[in-house]
Design a protein around this ligand. Structure first.
Ligand code: ADP
Length: 200
């Protein structure tokens, strides 16, 4: 989106992203988890953040409900609001990555176009899409917050996977299948990927 004001100039600081990355001994990137509600995004994100911390790496999770409490408390779940939700998060994630952090986002982010826009904010290789996949039947069984039950009874409208669409990633960098893998296995897959790309 073009800025409203035409009189603003991007200011490049003296300290560069590379300087911060050198200091931290890691690359500043975005790990973008996407998947249906209760597929395991949040669980995997926080476990990954913890594992990275144990390895001396600085990571930070941007998590759905928390962002909706603050930055995006004015947004609901209509298609326009979901789009704006993801747009703001993408910009925040970009800033965090620029700061040198391994930025982990845990949002349903159901639209392919929105995820693509987030990808296009950073350089090639700095956006790692992780599809956290789980069949909806399994999620209805899992239903940790009782939201599927409410969605199925019609109490919650526009619920992704039940009454709102989810567009599956076509070419995610990483696929984790939480009906088949443990949390540790999924996190392990992501860590292996980060090592193979020399991000950590
Ligand atoms: P999301 O952030 O995608 O909405 P959550 O992480 O909040 O999902 O919830 C996922 C639920 O599924 C948690 O209760 C978690 O304990 C459970 N779960 C069971 N197996 C797995 C797995 N292999 N990976 C991640 N979560 C799992």
């Amino acid at each position: 989106m073009d800025p409203k004001s035409k009189n603003i100039v991007w200011h490049e600081g003296k300290v560069k992203k590379e300087d911060r990355e050198k200091l931290l001994g890691q690359k500043g990137i975005i790990i973008w988890l996407t998947g249906l509600p209760a597929s395991g995004k949040s669980t995997i994100a926080h476990e990954l953040e913890w594992k990275l911390l144990e390895m001396g790496k600085l990571a930070y999770v941007l998590d759905g409900d928390n962002i909706r409490h603050g930055l995006n408390s004015d947004l609901g779940f209509s298609p326009e609001d979901r789009k704006e939700n993801i747009r703001r998060i993408s910009e925040v994630a970009k800033l965090f990555a620029e700061a040198g952090l391994i930025t982990i986002t845990a949002f349903i982010s159901p639209y392919r176009e929105d995820r693509k826009r987030a990808r296009n904010l950073v350089k090639d290789g700095e956006f790692i899409e992780v599809y956290v996949k789980c069949p909806v039947e399994k999620l209805i069984e899992r239903d940790p917050k009782g939201l599927y039950k409410k969605a199925l009874s019609g109490e919650i409208k526009e619920f992704t996977g039940i009454s709102a669409p989810y567009e599956e990633p076509e070419n995610p960098e990483i696929l984790v299948e939480t009906d088949k893998e443990s949390v540790e296995e999924s996190v392990g897959k992501i860590l292996d990927y980060l090592r193979s790309k020399k991000i950590i």
